[in-house]
Design a protein around this ligand. Structure first.
Ligand code: PMP
Ligand code: GLN
Length: 387
């Protein structure tokens, strides 16, 4: 293995999912729903396969999906993208992010990321030979829900002459923070001032709670021209295995993704793209109902975790809730996550693996709540034995 990829090993999701399977534990580690997306979406894909949509789609993606993505982005956020040149379909958001970093970051360029960070960002930066600079999100002591936020001065200090890009994930995995317009404004100001590109990971854009709205960074002044936005169907429609994503941005940024992606995956799938295009147009009600159901699941699992003795930090979006283990008299989340499947029959993910700074996040464990109520209840019952 090349030196720059040493240390990445096996992803924490693979490790915890394997451990859950070995111990027959309830898997609240890896974030994937245990019920599938809308019937029409599943049937639409099956129908397309039966009808013979089984060969390579065009490199940039099926025009139907690119048009649906552009129409959706316009309708929800007032952001206009040319479906032919400014939207490009990728194998999930993951390939979009990796292709963006490989296509835009030179060896030695710095990339600012917010930690805890989704694990594919540091790997993509390493593949490109870039250098990451982490800005830490921490629970705001003045917020009773313990919302994670960043210190604007820490962001400003992380950006310098070698900074090429900042990766912004909102709604944020694993903290559940949905960045406010003011917070995005700070990021935008820094990007404009230092001529930095933003890569925005918006895969949870629909999954926000308590009336909190997702605001795309590209909608802020001066940002559309320097932002590559990434999203995907997996979370929106509960089909994480479909690996159908897209990037949206000004042509030079999308061209960079296209150039790399041609040789990374060549194209994405064919039939699923058509089904996703239909769902983006027709399934807004399903998505809203799913969001509301997830909010109730957040509350259900959070109440159970509290009863089991954890301090719960309230997420505003995503599939995940962060729990502080110190009230249980514990301090190392990695140790707890490794032992929990055997001791309690529940798998979770230690937050520490998402941080660069070794002193951050040690006492936090991430639980996924995108599961059926009876599964959450059983997990909570098992965890109650800990208290
Ligand atoms: N970004 C974040 C923040 C995620 O949580 C995930 C995991 N689902 C992805 C990207 C990957 O999305 P996809 O499956 O579309 O590649
Ligand atoms: N995004 C999901 C999570 O954060 C799973 C992704 C993965 O397994 N790579 O749990």
């Amino acid at each position: 293995l090349v030196a720059r990829m040493r240390g990445f090993g096996e992803t924490i999701f693979a490790e915890m999912t394997r451990l859950a399977a070995e111990t027959d534990a309830i898997n609240l580690g890896q974030g994937f729903p245990d019920t599938d997306g809308p019937r029409s979406l599943l049937a639409g894909a099956a129908r397309r396969i039966e009808q013979g949509v089984n060969q390579y789609p065009p490199g940039p993606g099926r025009p139907e999906l690119r048009a649906a993505v552009a129409a959706d982005r316009s309708a929800r956020y007032g952001l206009e993208y040319d479906p032919d040149t400014e939207v490009y379909v990728t194998v999930g958001a993951t390939a979009g992010i990796t292709a963006a970093v490989l296509g835009l970051v030179e060896p030695g360029d710095e990339v600012v990321v917010f930690e805890p960070m989704y694990d594919s960002y540091p790997a993509a930066i390493a593949m490109a030979g870039g250098v990451r600079r982490a800005v830490t999100l921490r629970p705001d002591p003045s917020d009773e829900g313990g919302r994670f936020a960043f210190d604007p001065d820490e962001l400003r200090a992380a950006v310098g002459p070698r900074t090429r890009a900042v990766i912004v994930n909102s709604p944020h995995n694993p903290t559940g923070t949905v960045l406010t317009e003011a917070e995005l404004g700070v990021i935008a100001e820094v990007c404009r001032e230092h001529d930095v590109i933003a890569i925005t990971d918006e895969v949870y854009e629909h999954l926000t709670f308590d009336g909190v709205a997702h605001v795309p960074l590209a909608s802020l002044p001066g940002m559309r021209e320097r932002t590559l936005a990434v999203s995907s169907a997996g979370k929106t429609f509960s089909v994480t295995g479909w690996k159908t994503g897209w990037v949206m941005g000004p042509r030079p940024l999308v061209d960079a993704v296209r150039t790399v992606n041609q040789f990374l995956t060549f194209t994405a799938n064919a039939a699923l793209q058509l089904a996703v295009a239909d769902a983006l147009r027709d399934e807004a009600d399903w998505v809203r109902a799913q969001r509301d159901a997830l909010q109730r699941k957040r509350d259900r699992l959070s109440a159970g975790l509290r009863a089991a003795g954890f301090r719960v930090l309230r997420p505003q979006g995503t599939y995940f809730v962060m729990a502080d283990i110190r009230p249980l008299g514990l301090s190392e989340g990695v140790d707890l996550a490794r032992s929990l499947p055997r001791t309690a029959g529940v798998a979770a993910v230690p937050a520490q693996v998402f941080y660069d700074r070794p002193d951050e996040g040690r006492h936090l464990v991430r639980f996924a709540f995108c599961k059926r109520d009876e599964v959450l209840d059983e997990a909570v019952a098992r965890l109650a034995a800990l208290a």
